[in-house]
Design a protein around this ligand. Structure first.
Ligand code: SF4
Length: 270
């Protein structure tokens, strides 16, 4: 069974995917990857704790107090996440306090944004506790693993937003967004998640989102049948690559090689 990440690795470079999947080479960890994983872990915790924060508000509260609630929660979550990731953090020569200092401002901003949104919603609807939580949409499922035997594909979705029984995949990205639209490999990724959701929840997914954390932008992608078909073609190509058991040639785009964590190993091979 191949994963959605294998599809995007294949688009990046079929040879690199072969080195990883068939020849079992492992990329050394990078700072940026570890910080990316930390943000994903934190957002998983943030989404899962949102209900607890919202239902704890049982009376009118100034926005600043709501923000303090979020801040306290996020500080505890960040400390817990850093504790869990200590080995990974040390492996890239960083320390947990350094990472705390580097990322805390970002989560403070998230706390402020969520507090303002929630406070506005309370002002408009005058709801509290469980009623407030029930009224908030969309509902979010976080870190959802979906396996499809039919497609031979597995994926772990950062988020699924559910609004009026419509399911939308949301993928969080820590890298920079393109000037407009969405990067091509991310379109494939979102289309693959759409296929997985459709099978698991017996529904139709016509759009999803990429959330660029760096710029706090959420860009919508309409997913047409052609894009879903393209995913099936790619699954087929990856399976053929594995079956053929032959190391593909190097790619011509030297820029990609410069960023590749397996460059040294790759260049030693014919
Ligand atoms: S160095 Fe270049 S050709 Fe080799 S695996 Fe990496 S991206 Fe592919």
């Amino acid at each position: 069974m191949i994963s959605v990440t294998d599809l995007t690795s294949y688009i990046y470079c079929p040879r690199k995917l072969f080195l990883k999947l068939v020849m079992k080479y492992k990329e050394p960890p990078k700072n940026v990857t570890v910080l990316g994983i930390l943000k994903h872990e934190m957002f998983d915790r943030i989404n899962k704790n949102e209900e607890l924060i919202v239902t704890s508000i049982n009376k009118p509260m100034p926005t600043e107090e709501i923000e303090i609630l979020y801040r306290k929660n996020y500080a505890d979550m960040l400390i817990g996440t850093l504790r869990n990731m200590k080995r990974q953090i040390l492996s890239v020569n960083l320390s947990p306090p350094e990472v705390f200092n580097e990322t805390w401002d970002f989560f403070l901003e998230e706390a402020e944004l969520r507090a303002i949104n929630l406070s506005n919603f309370i002002d408009e609807n005058n709801l509290f506790g469980k009623d407030l939580w029930e009224a908030l949409i969309p509902k979010i499922l976080s870190e959802v693993k979906i396996v499809s035997e039919k497609l031979g594909l597995v994926g772990r979705l950062d988020k699924i937003e559910i609004e009026n029984e419509n399911y939308r995949p949301v993928d969080l990205k820590t890298g920079s967004p393109p000037k407009s639209d969405i990067w091509q490999d991310q379109k494939i990724q979102l289309s693959a998640y759409a296929l997985l959701i459709e099978e698991k929840f017996d529904t139709n997914v016509d759009y999803g989102y990429i959330e660029y954390l760096k710029t706090r932008e959420k860009r919508r992608l309409y997913i047409n049948p052609f894009m879903k078909e393209n995913v099936k073609i790619l699954i087929n190509e990856v399976n053929n690559l594995i079956k053929a058991n032959k190391l593909p040639d190097k790619i011509e785009n030297i820029n990609k090689c410069n960023y590749c964590g397996l460059r040294a190993e790759c260049y030693k091979l014919n």
